[in-house]
Design a binder for this molecule. Structure first.
Ligand SMILES: C[C@@H](O)[C@H](NC(=O)OP(=O)(O)OC[C@H]1O[C@@H](n2cnc3c(N)ncnc32)[C@H](O)[C@@H]1O)C(=O)O
Ligand SMILES: Nc1ncnc2c1ncn2[C@@H]1O[C@H](COP(=O)(O)OP(=O)(O)OP(=O)(O)O)[C@@H](O)[C@H]1O
Ligand SMILES: [Fe+2]
Length: 552
C-alpha cells in the first residue's frame, strides 16, 4: 500500500509518501527510531516563518497556497519513481482535516480532493492530533499507551477506550507551545520561541513560577503572566526560561504520571512539536523509569507537524475501509480527537488495566503502604523535578492533604482519620478506609454519593482538586450499607469560585469517561447526586467547561 499524506494545519506545508504492506513497518525494535532510509516514509516539508510576531493566519494560508502544490508534486514524483506501472501511483490520499487554522485547512482539503479525484483513489480525513499520537504508538510497538500530546496549539493526555481516544486531561487555556511562544514574543524574540527557550535555559538558573494542575487538567495562563512580569521586573531572561521549562514540563510529567496511575498502564508515548525539547523528554523518561513504566518519543521529524504521520495513519484508515466521500470532506478547525470514531483499532482494546492491591501501591504522587488498620502515604522525591520545586510541592501538598481531609469530614463528607503528619518528609498516616477503589466497584449508587459528597464539600468552600475513580474508596458499613470515602486531598484548596467547583465535577467525569464501560449513566448519577445539595450554577458552569473549544 502506498499513501500520499498532506499536512498544513498551521505552519508546515508538508507532503509525504508512506509505503508498506506491513502495518508494523514503522516499529522500532531497539526502542529507538528506525533508520529513516528503511522506515518507508518520505517527507517533503516547507515551513512558514513569520517575519515578526506569531503565526498570522492570512500569511500562513498564503504560504500554504504556494507551498502545498510544490511539496505534493515532489511527493508524487517520489511515489511515481517507486511505482511499477500498474494502477494509480498511490492507493489513497490522506489529509489533515483539523484541528488547525481554517484558511490553511481549506487549502489542504482542496489539494487533497483534487489529487484524489485526478487519480481516482479514496480520500482519508485524518485528525491531526490523533496522528500526532498514533505515530509514536506505531514506532514504540506499545499496545495501548497513555499518549501525551505536547504541541503548539494543544496539550492533552489521551487514552484509547471504548472505540475512541478519550481526553484524560488537557490544558484549560492555551497550548503548551503557544504559551512558550507568547513569552518569547514578549521579550522580542522571533517565532517559534520554543527552541529559543530551550537554548536560553541552558545558561539560566531556575526561578519560581506558579504551578497549576487540576487532576489531569492544567493551565498555563497564570505562569505565563508571571513569567512576563519577571521579565518586566528585570529578572534575566535565561533564568525565566529555565523556570518555565522546569515548571511547565514538570506539570506535564505530573499529569502524565497521574494518567498512568489512573489507568494502570505502564506505557507512555509523546507526540507534538514541543516533544522535540530534550528537557521534556528527559523528565518524562525519568518519571517513567522511577515508576517502572516504559517511555517512547518518536524522532523529531515525526514530532513536529509533518505529513508522514498523516500518511501513516491514513494507511491504517484505508486498511479499515475508513474513507471519506468528497462531498462530506469539509475541514473542521475545531476537530477534537475524541470526536474520531477509531475504526483501525479493536473495540476491546483499552488504555485501562485492572489493578492489584499488593500491600504497597504506587500512586502518581506517593507510595502508599497498606496495613490492616492504617495506611502510610509518602510523597517520595521526584527526581525529574527541580529539587526546589519538588520540595515545595511535597511540603505544600502534604500540609493541604492533612488539613483538608479533616476539614472535609467536619463538612459531613466521609474521609479517613488523619493519625500523624510529617510535612518535612511528606508523610501522612491515615486510617484505612473502604474495601476497594471506586474504579473496581464502579456503579451509579456509589457515583451518586460522590456527587453528593462533592456538593457538600463545595458548600463548605472546599474543592477536592483531584476527584477520580482512584481517589474514592468504597466499602460497607456495619449494617451492610454502602460507604463512600473521598481520599487524596493533596490538590485541594479553599475556594467559593463556581469555576473551581465545576472543575471538580469535570475532572471526575473525565476519569469515568476514560475508564468506564458505560459512562453515561454514571455521569447522570454524579450530577443527580450533586443536584440534591449543590448549586445549579455549578452544573451550568460544567456545561460551559465541557463546551469550551480549547484550540487557541
Ligand atoms: C493544530 C496544529 O497546527 C498544531 N501544530 C503545531 O503546533 O505544530 P507543532 O510542530 O506540533 O508544534 C510547534 C510548537 O513546538 C514548539 N517547539 C518546537 N521546538 C521546541 C523545543 N525544542 N522546545 C520547546 N518547544 C518547541 C514551537 O515553539 C511551537 O510552539 C498542533 O498540533 O497543536
Ligand atoms: N486511607 C486509605 N484507605 C485505604 N486505601 C487507601 C487509603 N489511602 C490511599 N489508599 C490506596 O492507595 C492508593 C493511592 O493513594 P493516593 O491516591 O492517596 O496516592 P497518590 O499518589 O496521591 O495517587 P494519585 O495522585 O495517583 O491519585 C489509593 O488509590 C487507594 O487504593
Ligand atoms: Fe501539530
Amino acid at each position: 500500500m502506498r499513501i500520499l499524506g498532506i499536512e498544513g494545519t498551521a505552519w508546515a506545508a508538508s507532503a509525504a509518501v508512506f509505503e508498506t504492506d506491513d502495518p508494523d513497518a514503522l516499529r522500532s525494535e531497539t526502542g529507538r527510531a528506525p533508520d529513516p532510509a528503511a522506515d518507508h516514509v518520505f517527507i517533503e516539508s516547507d515551513p512558514y516563518q513569520p517575519d515578526s510576531g506569531g503565526i498570522h493566519p492570512r500569511e500562513s494560508a498564503e504560504h500554504m497556497g504556494n507551498a502545498i502544490p510544490e511539496v505534493v508534486e515532489t511527493a508524487l514524483a517520489h511515489a511515481a519513481a517507486r511505482h511499477d506501472g500498474d494502477g494509480p501511483v498511490v492507493d489513497g490520499v490522506a489529509f489533515s482535516r483539523g484541528p488547525g487554522l481554517g484558511p490553511c485547512l481549506r487549502i489542504v482539503g482542496t489539494a487533497a480532493r483534487s489529487v484524489a479525484q485526478t487519480l481516482d483513489v479514496p480520500l482519508l480525513g485524518v485528525n491531526h492530533m490523533v496522528a500526532h499520537l498514533e505515530i509514536g504508538r506505531y514506532q514504540s510497538g506499545f499496545d495501548s499507551p497513555v499518549c501525551l500530546n505536547a504541541s503548539g496549539a494543544n496539550a492533552h493526555l489521551l487514552g484509547y477506550h471504548n472505540g475512541r481516544y478519550r481526553v484524560l486531561g488537557e490544558t484549560m487555556d492555551t497550548g503548551v507551545g503557544n504559551a512558550l511562544d507568547k513569552f518569547t514574543r514578549h521579550v522580542g524574540w522571533t517565532h517559534p520561541g520554543g527552541p529559543k527557550v530551550e537554548k536560553a535555559a541552558e545558561d539560566g538558573d531556575y526561578v519560581e513560577l506558579p504551578y497549576v494542575v487540576k487532576g489531569m487538567d492544567f493551565s498555563f495562563s497564570g505562569i505565563m503572566s508571571a513569567a512576563k512580569d519577571e521579565a518586566d521586573a528585570g529578572t534575566p531572561v535565561p533564568d525565566i526560561c529555565a523556570g518555565l521549562q522546569e515548571t511547565v514540563f514538570a506539570m506535564l510529567a505530573e499529569v502524565a504520571e497521574r494518567a498512568l496511575s489512573l489507568t494502570g498502564t505502564d506505557e507512555l508515548v509523546l507526540g507534538g512539536g514541543v516533544g522535540q525539547n530534550a528537557r521534556l523528554r528527559e523528565m518524562l523518561a525519568e518519571m517513567c523509569d522511577q515508576r517502572g513504566a516504559e517511555f517512547y518519543a518518536p524522532d523529531p521529524r515525526f514530532l513536529r507537524d509533518n505529513a508522514g504521520m498523516i500518511a501513516a495513519l491514513g494507511a491504517r484508515m484505508l486498511a479499515a475501509g475508513d474513507t471519506l466521500a468528497v462531498e462530506e470532506s469539509t475541514v473542521d478547525p475545531n476537530f477534537r480527537p475524541d470526536q474520531v470514531a477509531v475504526t483501525w483499532r479493536g473495540a476491546d482494546e483499552s488504555v485501562a488495566r485492572a489493578h492489584t492491591d499488593d500491600g504497597a501501591i504506587r500512586g502518581a504522587e506517593a507510595t502508599v503502604d497498606i496495613g490492616s488498620e492504617e495506611v502510610v502515604k509518602r510523597r517520595v522525591p521526584k527526581t525529574y523535578r527541580h529539587p526546589e520545586l519538588d520540595e515545595r510541592i511535597r511540603r505544600e501538598r502534604t500540609k493541604a492533604e492533612a488539613r483538608l481531609t479533616s476539614d472535609a469530614r467536619r463538612a459531613g463528607v466521609r474521609t479517613p482519620v488523619v493519625r500523624d503528619v510529617d510535612p518535612v518528609d511528606g508523610v501522612i498516616a491515615f486510617q484505612r478506609v473502604g474495601d476497594a477503589d471506586l474504579a473496581e466497584r464502579l456503579g451509579p449508587e456509589a457515583v451518586r454519593v460522590v456527587g453528593e459528597s462533592l456538593a457538600r464539600l463545595h458548600e463548605a468552600g472546599i474543592v477536592h482538586g483531584d476527584p477520580t475513580t482512584r481517589n474514592v474508596r468504597v466499602g460497607t458499613g456495619p449494617d451492610g450499607d454502602p460507604r463512600v470515602y473521598l481520599i487524596d486531598f493533596g490538590l485541594g484548596f479553599h475556594t467559593g469560585h463556581v469555576e473551581d467547583h465545576a472543575m471538580d465535577l469535570h475532572v471526575f467525569a473525565q476519569s469515568v469517561e476514560g475508564t468506564a464501560d458505560d459512562a453515561a449513566p454514571l455521569i447522570d448519577a454524579l450530577e443527580a447526586g450533586y443536584e440534591t445539595i449543590g448549586s445549579e450554577e455549578v452544573i451550568a458552569r460544567l456545561r460551559e467547561v465541557e463546551s469550551r473549544g480549547r484550540y487557541r
